[in-house]
Design a protein around this ligand. Structure first.
Ligand code: AQP
Length: 331
């Protein structure tokens, strides 16, 4: 069976973008892949984190994954920092990664902003850690959104560099697992920004733990324009917020944007939003309620994480033993 690896940062409230863009797809993938889902706290600390919040968020994300339908017995669910093999392999791979490759990474430029010299080495080396995350499990496939394609390409380059340097065929070159209907969810306050955990405004996102009232309020307050909905998606051109809401409706209903536009042609947003609230509550409500229930049982969540770390750690240790042998490091 092919093996899939994917990660999610414990950097705040899980939101509708995480659900539609990643978690929902992960639930489907567990049927056809041996699946490893990692809560990447080592990636989170490339930017400042409050220790207590970080610990809390790791549990929160675990509850979110399980509540959304990830089977923690069939899949491996764990926190990255519980398996030291990630950091060790990142060092070894970093020794094979030319700086020129890292200089091309656009995400560092975006996250470091104008103060590049003040940014940490970890933020710069982030894509090498991501390569290590994937390769330490010799994963064959990685589900990626648009924003991560460049990093996966780098992981393939690093795997190839290792194999060539030591004349082995050890690391498989991980393939992107692209989803038919990958959904990029934008902020409810600004259709040009992606919905994000770290956005200061809670009205910009629908959290997976929001109750029906909060979901309704946020959708009602979501920015739109005064025009009615068009009969086809082409009529949404230049209307970023409207495009976003139609996309969310389509993704939640399992339909297409054409179908949504055909259904609501000529309607005002007030009507459309009322239906969107009902749809969002019907999908997210049960997941949010289950998340709340699981959060009330931290012992259960910790057991999932401990068991996941043990299983992940066993695979990672085997890989590192072979890497040591290949590289001439201590047995
Ligand atoms: N708005 C989004 N639309 C679709 N997919 C999204 N993802 C995140 N936001 C959206 C996908 O969720 C997975 C986990 O993402 P992550 O938490 O590791 O990092 P991120 O992409 O940086 O998410 P955030 O919410 O924006 O976090 P912060 O604010 O901490 O940077 C990924 O597959 C991602 O594509």
């Amino acid at each position: 069976m092919n093996r899939i690896f994917s990660g999610i940062q414990p950097t705040g409230n899980l939101h509708l973008g995480n659900y539609l863009g990643a978690i929902r797809n992960w639930v489907g993938l567990q049927e056809s892949f041996e699946s490893i889902y990692c809560i990447v706290d080592l990636h989170a600390v490339t930017l400042p984190q409050d220790p207590a919040e970080l610990r809390h968020n790791v549990r929160e994300v675990t509850a979110g994954l399980v509540a959304a339908g990830i089977d923690a017995e069939r899949c491996i669910v764990f926190a990255q920092s519980a398996v030291p093999g990630h950091s060790e392999l990142a060092w070894l791979l970093g020794c094979l990664t030319p700086l020129g490759w890292l200089n091309r990474m656009t995400q560092f430029k975006e996250k470091a902003g104008k103060r590049r010299d003040a940014a940490g080495l970890g933020l710069y080396a982030y894509p090498v850690l991501m390569a290590a995350d994937i390769l330490v499990y010799q994963a064959t496939h990685v589900p990626v959104g648009d924003d991560q394609k460049q990093h996966l390409e780098l992981s393939r380059d690093i795997a190839g560099a290792f194999n060539r340097r030591f004349g082995v065929d050890f690391f498989p070159l991980p393939e992107p697992q692209i989803f038919g209907a990958a959904t990029r969810v934008m902020s409810l306050r600004d259709g040009s920004q992606k919905m994000s955990k770290s956005d200061a405004s809670d009205y910009s996102r629908i959290n997976m733990t929001d109750d029906a009232d909060a979901i309704a309020l946020k959708i009602r307050k979501a920015r739109t324009d005064p025009d009615p909905l068009p009969g086809t998606p082409e009529g949404l051109a230049g209307r970023a917020e409207a495009i976003n809401l139609v996309g969310i409706y389509a993704a939640l209903s399992g339909g297409t944007e054409d179908e949504v536009c055909a259904k609501y042609a000529g309607e005002m947003f007030s009507t459309f939003k009322a239906d969107l609230v009902e749809l969002a509550v019907s999908v997210l409500g049960p997941i949010g309620a289950e998340m709340q229930r699981l959060k009330g049982d931290p012992g259960y969540i910790d057991r999932i994480l401990r068991d996941g770390a043990e299983r992940a750690g066993a695979i990672a240790s085997r890989t590192l033993a072979e890497v040591h042998a290949i590289m001439g490091l201590a047995a």
